[in-house]
Design a protein around this ligand. Structure first.
Ligand code: ASP
Length: 596
């Protein structure tokens, strides 16, 4: 066929009268007795192609043989559709192509599902035939959007003098709280590389190497038990800078987000983004990544109810916990006792012992606990929660962490179910003033809340050893619509402080040297003050695309059990390969292989 190829989805009325040459897939074929219609799809979209015996009986005969997902090439004339045949839902819906020739470039078996927009098949099947799933328009659009966002980020950082650099994939384990994926060494018998959980230590070494501004669209690997919004490998926009203050890093990040939202969604973001201290976020939203697109804030009423004789409330406050409540404004009549019982079951998932409630009805608080609330307690609650006629108040009285977690989850559930969330909004905010350490009750010890290279607040350094729980970090998280988009911090750049950090975390001098000797040494040769941030690109794409399934934003994702249904990874390897790597399977693993 002659002439260069045009794109199906780009043909418009202005092309009427022109000859076009198209290549693509058969989305659909309809035989109207002597006339054949083919919806021809390529990466730009779909156009209708008509085969008509008056034009070419030979082409018609070939068109009769094609089936869904055949790859074809056609040539024909663009004509305007009759007014009655116009399809306004299709960008090319005012035209069609009268084919005079067709050739079949490749055949297709009957696909297990048609790659159409509104697909309703099990996700396992989509993942097994991912290449068919990806042919669908919504998937194509998502990956175009991902590309656009990535390029916008790159352009911003390039314009801002950052260097794009690559760090090793085969490296030494850098503990960031998760388990490492390990790669056995063939040459060094018994030794292992680790795949990076993040380029954290390398990006710090890049600062110590004098580059000052680094970024990488970096793949990270974490061998965690997977949750719905986690993947064993994921992509971060990883950034590190020297000599910048926390404010400057946050400001740079805001300008970057402003640019992406303009480029990708044509939305003007206003900056600076709101900031919430960690403690305040927990207190008001019961979450360190609050969705601020709706209200239903938590109100701590411990001070009001501690005067009460009501045992559940009083007891929670006296034992060091507290009582918080949500006012579900004006919705009392929408919740039956049964509905509230269901909410009670829901908060129990988060270890809450129960959910107390009252309704304001005809100027009176009603409900099973109402009779226990003394007049001045009721008055105090009315004021604190701004109670009005028709309000439903839900209380959790418990340990503070349980109060926050359970009411935070309940708030999110109610926001969603009551339709209070404006999906068109993009609410960015910063959560700052994080604790430096997290206490693990089971192991009775402190861990780094972020990672062990995070700089404490200067005035808290003295508290690190004696009151680790009170030490704040110079860290910040960027939150968007209830998702943690990413986080970062200023880093420790003084050797003594890094030594102290490892000591508080329970590393002996030898252990610290063994694992991080190279970093500790580098800190002794003029390490500049530095800090950075990392943003989750998969999750960002998911939010930008208005999707809720993280797997839809990753080309070839893994399932919840970390397997790839397309390639069947992970998979067994040969005896020889194991031998070369000095590995031997134990009995259980052998058994497992046999049963496959
Ligand atoms: N490396 C950190 C992470 O992956 C981010 C950072 O501190 O820059 O969470």
């Amino acid at each position: 066929m002659s002439g260069h190829r045009q794109l199906s989805g780009q043909i418009r009325e202005t092309h009427v009268g022109e000859k076009v040459h198209l290549k693509g897939w058969v989305q659909k074929r309809r035989d109207l007795g002597g006339l054949i219609f083919i919806d021809l799809r390529d990466r730009s979209g779909v156009v209708q192609v008509v085969f008509n015996p008056e034009k070419s009986s030979e082409a018609l005969a070939t068109a009769d043989k094609v089936r869904s997902e055949y790859v074809i090439e056609i040539e024909g004339d663009v004509v305007a559709r009759d007014e009655s045949a116009v399809n306004e839902n299709l960008a090319t819906g005012r035209v069609e192509v009268m084919a005079d020739s067709i050739s079949i470039l490749n055949k297709s078996k009957n696909p297990p599902f048609q790659p159409q927009d509104d697909l309703d098949v099990a996700e396992e099947l989509r993942l097994k035939y991912r290449y068919l799933d990806l042919r669908r328009n919504p998937m194509q659009e998502t990956f175009k959007l991902r590309h656009k966002a990535t390029q916008s980020i790159r352009n911003f950082l390039n314009d801002d003098d950052f260097l794009e650099m690559e760090t090793p994939m085969l490296t030494k384990s850098t503990p960031e709280g998760a388990r490492d994926y390990l790669v056995p060494s063939r040459v060094h018998e018994g030794d292992f590389y680790a795949l990076p959980q993040s380029p954290q230590i390398f990006k710090q070494l890049i600062m110590m190497s004098g580059f000052e501004k680094y970024y990488q669209i970096a793949r990270c690997f974490r061998d965690e038990d997977l949750r719905a919004d986690r993947q064993p490998e994921f992509t971060q926009v990883d950034i590190e800078t020297s000599f910048m203050s926390k404010e400057e890093i946050m400001d740079m990040t805001e300008r970057m987000m402003k640019r992406v939202m303009k480029d990708v969604k044509d939305i003007e973001l206003s900056t600076p983004f709101p900031r919430l201290k960690y403690d305040e976020a927990m207190e008001r939203y019961g979450s360190d990544k609050p969705d601020t697109r709706f209200g239903l804030e938590l109100v701590n009423v411990s001070d009001v109810v501690k005067a009460s004789e009501f045992k559940v409330f009083k007891g929670a406050v006296e034992s060091g916990g507290g009582v918080s409540a949500i006012n579900v404004k004006g919705k009392a009549s929408e919740f039956s006792r049964k509905d509230i019982d269901k909410l009670t079951e829901f908060v129990k998932i988060y270890d809450a012992k129960g959910l107390a409630w009252v309704k304001e009805n005809e100027g009176e608080l009603q409900g099973p606990i109402a009779k226990f609330l003394e007049d001045e307690v009721a008055a105090g609650l009315r004021e604190a929660l701004e109670i009005e006629e028709g309000d439903l108040i839900l209380f959790v009285a418990d340990k503070t962490s349980v109060v926050h977690e359970s009411l935070g989850a309940l708030r999110q559930k109610l926001g969603r179910e009551l339709g209070l969330i404006d999906e068109s909004q993009f609410n960015f905010l910063w959560v700052t003033d994080w604790p430096l350490f997290e206490y693990d009750e089971d192991l009775d010890r402190y861990f780094a809340a972020h990672h062990p290279f995070t700089m404490p607040e200067r005035e808290d350094i003295d508290k690190m050893s004696d009151q680790p729980g009170e030490t704040k970090a110079q860290a910040y998280d960027l939150v968007l619509n209830g998702y943690e988009l990413g986080g970062g911090s200023l880093r420790i750049y003084e050797k003594e402080l890094q030594d102290k950090m490892f000591e508080v975390l329970g590393f002996s001098k030898e252990e610290a040297k063994d694992q991080f000797g190279f970093l500790l040494e580098a800190l002794e040769y003029g390490a500049p003050p530095h800090g950075g941030i990392a943003l989750g690109l998969d999750r960002f794409t998911m939010i930008l695309a208005g999707r809720t399934n993280l797997r839809d934003t990753i080309l070839f994702p893994k399932t919840a059990s970390a397997s790839d249904l397309l390639t069947q990874a992970p998979d067994s390897v040969s005896e020889e390969q194991l031998k070369e790597l000095h590995l031997e399977l134990n009995e259980k693993a052998k058994e497992n292989q046999k049963n496959k």
